[in-house]
Write a protein that binds this ligand. Sequence first.
Ligand SMILES: NC(=O)c1ccc[n+]([C@@H]2O[C@H](COP(=O)([O-])OP(=O)(O)OC[C@H]3O[C@@H](n4cnc5c(N)ncnc54)[C@H](O)[C@@H]3O)[C@@H](O)[C@H]2O)c1
Ligand SMILES: [Zn+2]
Ligand SMILES: [Zn+2]
Length: 348
Amino acid sequence: MKAMVYHGPGRRSWEEVPDPVIGAATDAIVRVDAVTICGTDLHILKGDVPEVTDGRILGHEAVGTVVSVGDAVQTLSVGDRVLVSCITACGRCRYCRDGMYGQCLGGGGWILGHLIDGTQAELVRVPFADTSTHKVPAGVSDEQMVMLADILPTSYEVGVRNGAVAPGDTVVIVGAGPIGLAAILTARLYSPSHIVVVDLADSRLEAARRFGADVTVNATKQSPSTVVKELTGGLGADVVMEAVGVPQTFEQCVELVRPGGHVANIGVHGAPATLHLEDIWIKNLTITTGLVDTYSTPTLIELVASARIDTAPMITHRFTLDEFEDAYDIFAAAAETGALKVLLTAAK
Ligand SMILES: NC(=O)c1ccc[n+]([C@@H]2O[C@H](COP(=O)([O-])OP(=O)(O)OC[C@H]3O[C@@H](n4cnc5c(N)ncnc54)[C@H](O)[C@@H]3O)[C@@H](O)[C@H]2O)c1
Ligand SMILES: [Zn+2]
Ligand SMILES: [Zn+2]
């Protein structure tokens, strides 16, 4: 089969590799029908994730069709259409029993395209297939569904749910990449009064307005703190989500929140940020962090199937699998290309 293979920092290629085979009785092999690229894949290509070694097939998001199952797989059959989640779950360890699949101790967690071969391929081996896939309901398209492999549950769980967004809230989202935009889509489920989105790029802020932000702030031209203070009578926001992943924006989020409010960090950070405890000890803040668990995926599938959430506008560019190299180039140059999420599908 063909797959997108990592060959060390800056080096990737769509090349011929052996087909995956069932290794454990709980595995399934899935033919990839639709797949996308995550910002995390770009981090890997920069060499930021040293656990990913030369020869690894990238990718942790896909929708596909089951082509074979191990003897112990009970709920999947050949021919089933499934969502392959970014998080693999053994289903049995202490964390899995608690719904914290991202922290799985039994060989799961974020492993696809990280510790084992991933989904950017014609076929993928999915361990613990019963508890690591979700059946795609009839009527839901592959492209709607593939957005539920990672970005929707991430923004919903780590941003909206950890941030405890409530009706009437003023919600600030710093960073309007796919994660920030998915946070807008899922925060709207709770009827906040205002969704304020902060970014540095006007194109991203335009996208934020299309997704439902009512106030956008280009932080190179306007002070987010002034805008939020004006909007909230000087108080600050009820919930602030960090969706960038740099110290400066985390520190800004802590400045923007009101006493008693929530700061939900979603961004992946590579450098320490300063927590101004001398200012915030008195403010009754809740600050949360998290890796996505995907406990909400069944709920999000219902929301997409019932048209309460439309994920299709996330996809700005479409390719076939054999155009994977071009798709990476377009996605990596998002500032010039306007790419949000790219979709790759098997050639018909
Ligand atoms: N916690 C998790 O489980 C999890 C899962 C997936 C992704 N993430 C992380 O979420 C973050 C966002 O992901 P993404 O794919 O949307 O990334 P992205 O790079 O596409 O988007 C980031 C956005 O932040 C903006 N930005 C950069 N610096 C800024 C600043 N100083 N002020 C305001 N905006 C600024 C950029 O213009 C861009 O639009 C990343 O750090 C990613 O690694 C976390
Ligand atoms: Zn991802
Ligand atoms: Zn587990």
